[in-house]
Design a protein around this ligand. Sequence first.
Ligand code: ATP
Ligand code: MG
Length: 410
Amino acid sequence: MTARSLRLTADGRLDGAPLLDDPRLARVLDLLDRDGEEARVVGGAVRNALLGLPPGDIDVATTALPAAVMARAKAARVRAIPTGIEHGTVTLVSGGLPVEVTTLREDVETDGRHAVVRFGRDFERDAERRDFTVNALSLGRDGRIHDTTGGVADLAAGRLRFIGDAATRIREDYLRILRFFRFHATYGVGPLDAQGLAAAVAGRDGLDRLSRERVRGEVMKLLASPGAAGVLATLDAEGLLARILGGDADVARMARLADPDPVLRLHALAVRGGADVERLRDGLKLSNAERDRMQAALTVLASGAPPGSDAPSVGAVRALLFDHGREATRDALRLAAAGPDARGDWAAALAAAEGEIPATPFSGKDVVARGLKGPAVGEALARFRAAYRDAGFPEDAAAREALLGASLAP
Ligand code: ATP
Ligand code: MG
């Protein structure tokens, strides 16, 4: 049974290939895939091309050794940056398009702690070192899709499956637990692969060994994916979610949030109060901006202006915009609208949060002109702003003047 159709011809070629039609990528393949060496597009870009989706970053694998990649690029006047040359990776920048070119590798032996890797010439072995069948496809310059692990059938069926034994592959790299859930939430259809899920649950202790930056990267991508709610519910049921977040999660609240913004989704999922934000800041390496954004939304929610679960009026939303700005207001309203028993016209409230933010019609200069000086100026202006807001931002000049007059004295 196939869940979706792929851009694949009957003879195994990419059908209508905007990826290969890009002359910047063609140039890279052209300089590498010749004179006894082979080069193919690999990984996510091939998967996405088959699904008709734009590529993320473009990765190319080649038999050419890193020094040869550099030399060929130089001869073709393509910029080459030795980004990870000791691991075999060179970034070629072709007409502004960065293409990560990696020499084929194979594991020679594993001493239990780290694999000994050497450069190889075998695309099949390269595919086997990758994580999931749908991530192990490669694409030749001629448009041919090479599939040695069953990735095409899995992609069509929406099956996210480890290459080889899931438990073994997870022991090699525990990040693959998170990648399993993340890729299923993005490309999977239906339930998670049973063998993969069982191995992920069994290997959960390995999550503690991962760097927080790597965990953060996968969690944010998972949160942004279309299937996030379903996968998070499974993670929660299996006891993995509290471990990843370091605290309780509310998957239902996140699921009610229409917005795909991963920071807002994380807020809905894991934040009840300021202490949760601080915990996530350390545990999931939130940036200062992300932390501040979450705290600002909490401030708006705590102001009580979206009262309980009732949608605030358009006027009340304007007051929030005036006091707290666009982002905090928008975030707070979206979170409140995702509450368990939100009532009223939240669509109107959310639309109002995109409206014009009322401007303050007077400045310090106007207050000085009315005889005040020093700190009293700012204080009077603050009183005016509150009165102006409470009066519903009157347009009328005389009404504004009256409010300013009343604000001059404490
Ligand atoms: P995205 O669109 O999210 O970037 P991607 O498939 O390009 O998806 P990357 O994380 O950029 O994912 O990795 C590129 C490729 O490298 C993958 O498709 C996969 O083949 C391989 N890969 C990446 N990380 C791992 C890993 N931890 N274990 C095995 N293979 C991996
Ligand atoms: Mg990628």
